[in-house]
Design a protein around this ligand. Structure first.
Ligand SMILES: C[S@@+](CC[C@H](N)C(=O)[O-])C[C@H]1O[C@@H](n2cnc3c(N)ncnc32)[C@H](O)[C@@H]1O
Length: 470
């Protein structure tokens, strides 16, 4: 069915960057308009998609006059795929903007005394920097607004797609031919999967009807030359599954571990499901500064390996270790930060909620011949009790690296009670970090701040803060 076009505003100048990768223009009535895919200096036509009392959201339909700061995007999917939205901005400018974002968020949300930010650490690689990507099979290919409008009253046929979720749409997928985020065999995997599934008419998942077979393809590629693939299917079909997995092994000899997972649930999370090893040892290994890390299919591992080393060096440097410290590594994942600091501390205690990651952390410590590391599985907010700290020793340094939501308030209260001389807070979301720093402000002064760019061409930014007991 034809979609009715909403009215366009023509010739609007984009004036500034805003949070979350958006930019701003001011409408005639003074209302602030947020848009994606435009940068300050662009003059654009915009279609309003959300109109609230004090702000509006628009979709750029065309760029009348590009900002002189723009550069040519390198990817054919630019503007449609939600992946590398800032390709049109030179990298130097991207990181300058991220530095400003950290400053703004810490100031506006935190309202606390801050030291001067150290200069942002840029990623050594700006393409092919990810070690993990997750592609989605969907029965419904994403079609652009223009494609649908141009079709008029013609009913467009349903088309499957293998790629990334279209921004803001859980059921539609942007077909990806070539992605610049990960080293090969990633693009080869996409081509092989597409050709084989088309030939055999294997059904892609329908995210609204919950029908179909193929759901996700996760690929991890390490610097050590290992390749782990996990194909997620809605239900078991042994004949089809074996045929597909054998085909992948024959076409992609780079694979070192091949998994499959049956996910009959409504959501895509595989954390509560069994991941079956079809081929290989069932995990891959990565190295950071001479330390080896085992990565299982469900474990978190920093996705930009090249920059993870810098992030961990900054964290270790902020911790200012002498070799005598009891160091707690909260939200430790596979134990990577603690292990990275292990030669400079007397004891490391890591806590992580994903049980498989904790198993990996223990193995990682053993594989690196470390005897001073202990890891515990569970929610940090529940594990970090007075008794736990009494049993393992008062912390000299606490390193905390929570997910985007930041730390649970119960944990913050516990940290205030524990009064470790130093806390190093590694954050992937400066907004929640600012909130947490404000809560910690009664006992801690922020003495160092260092933004680190882990995700070029996106608005995401990591920030490391050193907090010292007042
Ligand atoms: C940003 S990652 C950091 C992991 C690790 N520090 C690293 O650099 O690889 C956050 C980690 O916190 C874990 N996590 C999330 N919520 C948690 C909770 N309530 N308690 C313990 N760990 C949690 C996640 O599973 C994930 O491994």
């Amino acid at each position: 069915m034809a979609r009715k076009k909403k009215p366009e505003i023509k010739g609007l100048e984009i004036t500034a960057y805003a949070a979350e990768g958006k930019s701003i223009a001011v409408l005639e009535d003074g209302k602030v308009l947020f848009v994606d895919n435009a940068i300050p200096g662009d003059v654009v036509n915009v279609r309003i998609v959300k109109n609230k009392k004090s702000w509006a959201e628009g979709k750029v339909t065309s760029i009348i006059q590009p900002s002189h700061k723009r550069i040519e995007p390198f990817c054919e999917h630019f503007g449609i795929c939600g992946g590398c939205k800032w390709q049109m901005v030179p990298y130097e400018q991207q990181i300058a903007y991220k530095q400003q974002q950290v400053q703004d968020q810490l100031t506006r949300i935190g309202h606390i005394e801050l030291p001067e930010l150290q200069l942002i650490s840029g990623s050594p690689k700006q393409q092919y920097y990810r070690n993990k990507l997750e592609f989605t099979f969907s029965k419904h290919r994403y079609r652009t607004y223009e494609e649908i409008a141009d079709a008029g009253d013609t009913i467009l046929p349903i088309q499957p797609a293998l790629g990334f979720h279209a921004p803001g749409l859980f059921d539609k997928v942007v077909e990806i031919n070539k992605c610049y985020l990960q080293n090969e065999p990633t693009n080869k995997l996409l081509a092989v999967l597409r050709k084989y599934t088309e030939k055999h008419n294997f059904q892609y998942y329908d995210y609204k009807a919950h029908t179909g077979w193929l759901r996700n393809a996760v690929i991890r590629v390490t610097r050590t030359g290992e390749v782990l693939i996990n194909i997620v299917m809605q239900h078991e079909n042994k004949q089809q599954r074996v045929a597909l997995l054998e085909h992948l092994l024959s076409e992609i000899p780079e694979i070192t571990t091949l998994h499959y997972t049956i996910n009959p649930k409504v959501n895509d999370s595989i954390h509560d499901l069994e991941v079956h090893t079809y081929f290989g040892k069932g995990y891959i290994e990565e190295t950071l500064e001479g330390f080896r890390f085992k990565i299982s299919p469900k474990s978190f591992f920093q996705t930009n390996t090249y920059q993870a080393e810098n992030l961990y060096r900054i964290t270790r440097n902020f911790a200012g270790l002498s070799g005598k410290e009891v160091l707690y590594d909260l939200y430790c994942g596979t134990g990577s930060i603690g292990i990275f600091c292990s030669n400079n501390a007397s004891k490391i205690i890591g806590i992580e909620v994903v049980a498989d990651a904790v198993k990996d952390a223990k193995l990682n410590a053993a594989n690196n011949n470390l005897t001073n590391c202990l890891f515990y599985a569970g929610d940090v907010a529940n594990i970090c009790t007075d008794d736990f700290f009494a049993e393992h020793g008062r912390p000299d340094v606490i390193i905390t690296d929570p997910p985007r939501a930041g730390m649970h308030e119960k944990l913050i209260q516990q940290l205030l009670k524990m009064k470790a001389p130093k806390i190093v807070y590694v954050s992937c979301n400066p907004a929640t970090q600012a909130r947490d720093l404000q809560l910690l402000d009664e006992a801690y002064k922020v003495t160092r701040l260092q933004p680190v760019d882990m995700f070029p061409h996106t608005h995401h930014i990591e920030n490391v803060a050193l907090l010292e007991l007042r």
